[in-house]
Write a protein that binds this ligand. Sequence first.
Ligand SMILES: Nc1ncnc2c1ncn2[C@@H]1O[C@H](COP(=O)(O)OP(=O)(O)O)[C@@H](O)[C@H]1O
Ligand SMILES: *[C@@H]1O[C@H](CO)[C@@H](O)[C@H](O)[C@H]1NC(C)=O
Length: 405
Amino acid sequence: MLRIRRIPGILYKHKFTVYSACLVLFTCVYLSFKLNVFCVNLQAWSHVTKLCRQYEEGLAVGSLCAPLCLTRDIHSLTCHSFEATKEAVFSAEWHDIRLVFKSVPKDVKALHWYDNGAARYPSEKDFLQTIRAIVRNKFNLTVAYDTAVRLSRLKPSYEEKDANKRRKEMDNLWLLLQDNEYLLSALFTDKDVFPQLLGTCGPYFAVEYLDPIPTISSYLTYSDDTENWGKRLKLAVQILELLDKLETNFREPFHLCDLKLEHFGVVRDQNALKFIDLDGVLPKSVVNAIINDVEYCGSDSDCDFIDCRSRCDDQNRCSNIVANDNLQIVCEKIFLGWKMANTILVPGLLMSQHTPSELASLLRQCANPDSEEGKPRTIPDLDIKKRLYSALSEIEQTVNNDFFL
Ligand SMILES: Nc1ncnc2c1ncn2[C@@H]1O[C@H](COP(=O)(O)OP(=O)(O)O)[C@@H](O)[C@H]1O
Ligand SMILES: *[C@@H]1O[C@H](CO)[C@@H](O)[C@H](O)[C@H]1NC(C)=O
């Protein structure tokens, strides 16, 4: 009793320490929210509140504004962004659909300019030209006229005739089109590789929700039974199928320069995966250009664009061709696991007691075809690729058929 009574006295005696401790604590909590270390659903709501104010002022337009702000059909907001590359990522429910909202970068120069105080906008023709230039710059791709027209509208088949509304539409589109993720989803709607674009409101767009990889949690617990092994094999086969699509369904192969297992998502009711984080997804020639742009390199790693790697030559210039490919990095980072000094620290998706030694050997050759020291920078040759694909699908079929029959 006596001790408890003395607490206020003790606090008083050390009041400066107490003040400073409170201040430090407060600052830490404030900063962690500001920097998105935690994210709470309240933050998602505050984004929506701000967006809806813009909607009421007529600044934000798009198909999702009314259900979000007016009828409130979109509900159950859940926050998702833990890393701060995107300002906001949150999911929500709309009737039976789950959507993921993403914000686009804010630091974009406005589309309109001022002439004696009057806002000026580009003509429709110039706007189309600008859109085609954006796509060319980002993806080294020349889009057909019809595609540019589709990209120049919020509703693909609706032409806004009201001049004022059209200006707002242009302003909104302008922000959206700068975003790699929006642009990829809007451009390649029919390819089944990127999340489907479901709508927009102001500088936010929404894509279909993809279920997280089911094995991530179970495989972190190291349960290593046959059922788990079968699931991992199935997932590996699906990843290879997605890589095939990225390689063959486009004019140029797309490289996944920021590759993590968490960046894959499962399409509900379909036996397929899609890639979630599209900021690092770029066509090969663009990756080459980014690498070639490096002014000076002292070592190979200076030529890396995250997981897309290249080499530094004798003149301290980066090679103008990306040296690895999606399959190499998948074998290294996802199938084999996290390595340090040639020992596997965190076993990958296909490293288990069930892994046949033949498969393990193929995976090592795929991850590091030239047995390089340090980070591998070589594309697995076609023979390894074929043998890996066929070994994997054969093992997958055997294990999963035995298990489920
Ligand atoms: N389409 C989606 N379906 C399900 N979850 C998603 C989707 N898009 C993003 N997420 C979740 O939100 C997180 C952050 O999204 P992401 O686009 O990777 O943003 P950032 O580029 O800021 O990391 C992802 O790691 C994932 O957990
Ligand atoms: C764009 O793609 C074309 C055709 O594939 C290629 O010839 C050209 O070099 C690429 N341009 C750039 C800047 O990468």
